[in-house]
Write a protein that binds this ligand. Structure first.
Ligand code: ATP
Ligand code: MG
Length: 393
């Protein structure tokens, strides 16, 4: 008897002919999530198995796997020979560790993908339902609301016995949904927006605009740290750090104050689109949600979209702040997001921003400045960092 992890995966079965591609991606994501460990990871008829992992690394591995999108459930299992006595021995060992002699209601469940196995699924669970309480009098069969569920899966080469089914992150394996460019501020929302995209299988590049000396070095470090937290779920994040001061100053000095935020937003979008085009990204992503601030009214969002051709995706569009905060806490970005470093948008925030901007007016104001050389200078000054999940500060 040895330990293995049995992985159930989420929506992948929906994908028909694409299925092998999705499965291969998932296997790859599982392998990278478990580095530096290099256990054997194999797929077999609707399951993925992780073999040869040292017992001492099991809890660590489950934690790592819980961040991998595409996984529906993670089941640490005893792997045994395909014989009823071996299955029973594994089940007994599990009952001992799980109940420690305390009264428990329980239910056995069995699945058999190897139809040559001499017992039917029903025979297996019925036998267990008889033999286990016979050995452990503190067990009582309850098929409706058992405290302990014991599952046996008889597969091609081995049988697997498990009691724990740990909820996975769901979604689709990152990389199966293409690639997008996330506008990553230092706030609470944009990392959550990135997480949600990654959950749908989209790999991420990210772009951050900073306004040194109005925003500090630490504000920039904070964004690198946020990208690192995202990378835990999304894989390595290609982060572009763009100097934005000159553009902001030009807007501030030459354009109506009431429009500064929306104008900044348009310029950010335009630069983000240029990087997106160069890096195979098919959409821009922001953390905006309707009505959160003046620049997030439907009118403002339309004016921002007008600046670019790529689709602008806003996964948080209908989320309340409270819901966003909950997810931020769940993914571990909240504490970093609330560190008190200035964002470039807050430095130049107008007292009375327009809430219903008009595209024609905005275009008019924009025409007052020759932005092309400023955009090129910003691009030239951009620093690129490939952020991996270990690179937390
Ligand atoms: P967040 O919590 O993400 O900062 P917010 O509620 O503070 O969001 P805004 O500051 O209006 O909202 O920003 C809206 C969106 O614009 C952000 O979610 C982000 O996608 C993008 N954004 C804002 N500032 C920056 C920046 N400095 N660099 C890159 N993207 C930015
Ligand atoms: Mg912000």
């Amino acid at each position: 008897m040895s330990t293995a992890i049995l992985i159930k995966y989420a929506e992948i079965h929906l994908k028909g002919l694409n299925r092998p591609f999705f499965e291969r991606q998932l296997v790859q994501k599982i392998q990278s999530a478990l580095l530096p460990q290099t256990p054997r990871v194999e797929r077999e008829q609707g399951r993925i198995f992780v073999y040869d992992l040292p017992e001492s690394e099991l809890a660590w591995a489950v934690d790592r796997l819980s961040a991998v999108f595409g996984i529906h459930a993670i089941c640490p299992a005893h792997m045994t020979d395909k014989s009823y006595p071996a299955i029973l021995a594994a089940a007994e060992a599990l009952v001992e560790t799980e109940t420690k002699g305390k009264p428990h209601s329980f239910k056995a469940f069995a699945k058999r993908s190897d139809k040559n196995f001499p017992m039917s699924s029903e025979q297996i669970y019925r036998e267990l339902g008889h033999d286990l309480p016979a050995k452990f009098p503190h067990l009582r069969v309850d098929v409706h609301k058992p405290e302990l569920s014991l599952t046996v899966e008889v597969r091609t080469h081995n049988a697997f016995v498990y009691t724990q089914e740990i909820k996975g992150a769901g979604g689709m394996p990152v990389g199966t949904g293409g690639r997008a460019m996330l506008l990553l501020s230092g706030g609470i929302d944009s990392p959550v927006a990135g997480y949600m995209m990654a959950k749908r299988g989209v790999s991420l590049a990210a772009i951050h605009f900073y306004s040194y000396p109005y925003t500090s070095e630490r504000a920039r470090d904070k964004v690198v740290a946020l990208a690192g937290i995202l990378a835990r779920y999304a894989g390595p994040v290609d982060l572009y750090l763009v100097p934005f001061t000159e553009i902001q100053m030009a807007i501030y000095e030459k354009c109506p104050q009431t429009q500064t935020t929306v104008l900044m937003r348009r310029l950010m979008m335009r630069i983000a689109e240029r990087f997106a085009d160069k890096t195979d990204c098919r959409a821009l992503v922001t953390g905006e949600s309707i009505g959160q601030v003046a620049s997030q009214t439907l009118e403002s969002l339309a004016v921002t979209n007008d600046a670019v051709k790529l689709p602008v995706l806003r996964p948080l569009i209908c989320f309340d702040k409270e819901e966003i905060i909950q997810t931020a806490k769940h993914i571990g970005s909240f504490e970093t997001s609330i560190l008190p470093y200035e964002d470039c948008c807050t430095v130049f925030v107008p007292k009375h921003p327009v809430t219903k901007p008009r595209v024609d007016k905005l275009r008019e104001s924009e025409a007052r400045v020759d932005f092309a050389p400023l955009i090129e200078a910003a691009e030239a000054g951009t620093v690129f960092v490939r952020v991996k999940s270990e690179e937390l500060w």
